[in-house]
Design a protein around this ligand. Structure first.
Ligand code: NI
Length: 189
């Protein structure tokens, strides 16, 4: 396993549409995913998409602890549990409802910055595992946000491109000023 170099905003790999994977069970893909997981944990990050490690394939990985989800979804009606370490090959997202919610996001490819991004609050997503099995899940709140963020990388979209108010794009180290004004929680990565 290896920790891979992360592409940063401005690198063309982050701006192109990634290619579909023909065979999710390809051993080379498993090696890539192992390295992506190690890279994500090392960073640390909540999720990672293959283009972020310079590979233009439609693959994402993510993990969301219950504690993290509970912090991000403060006041959520539903009890939260861990979203297990998930690998999605050729993922697709279907919004369930029009409603979007604002939340703070950061990205390993946009180091140092944090922005408030509108995302669908409720989605269904599907994709393949490395065993070729189909995963279908519904997600809300922070879980839905993470999946939308990671899948955007596969279409060459970074979170600032989704923002509707660029005055809400700030250095993470300055976010405490906004948090103090608004009583908002600070994201951790
Ligand atoms: Ni990202």
């Amino acid at each position: 396993m290896a920790i891979l170099k992360i592409a940063r905003m401005g690198h063309p790999i982050l701006a192109r549409r990634a290619d579909a994977v023909e065979d999710p069970r390809d051993p080379g893909l498993r090696r890539l995913v192992d390295d992506m997981i190690e890279t994500m944990h090392d960073a640390p990050g909540t999720g990672l998409a293959a283009p972020q490690v310079h590979v233009p394939k439609r693959v994402v990985v993510f993990f969301i602890s219950a504690a993290r989800a509970a912090r991000e979804d403060d006041g959520a009606a539903e009890p939260t549990s861990d979203v297990p370490l998930t690998v999605l090959v050729n993922p697709e997202i279907e919004p369930l409802g029009e409603e979007k919610t604002l939340g703070w996001e950061a990205c390993l490819s946009v180091p140092g910055l944090t922005g408030e991004v509108p995302r669908y609050g409720h989605i269904r997503y599907r994709g393949r595992t490395l065993e070729g099995e189909e995963v279908v899940r519904e997600a809300r709140g922070f879980h839905a946000r993470v999946v939308q963020h990671e899948c955007d990388h596969l279409d060459g979209v970074l979170f600032p491109q989704r923002m509707t108010d660029l005055s809400r794009l700030v250095f993470t180290s300055e976010l405490r000023h906004l948090a103090a004004e608004e009583g908002a929680a600070e994201p951790e990565d």
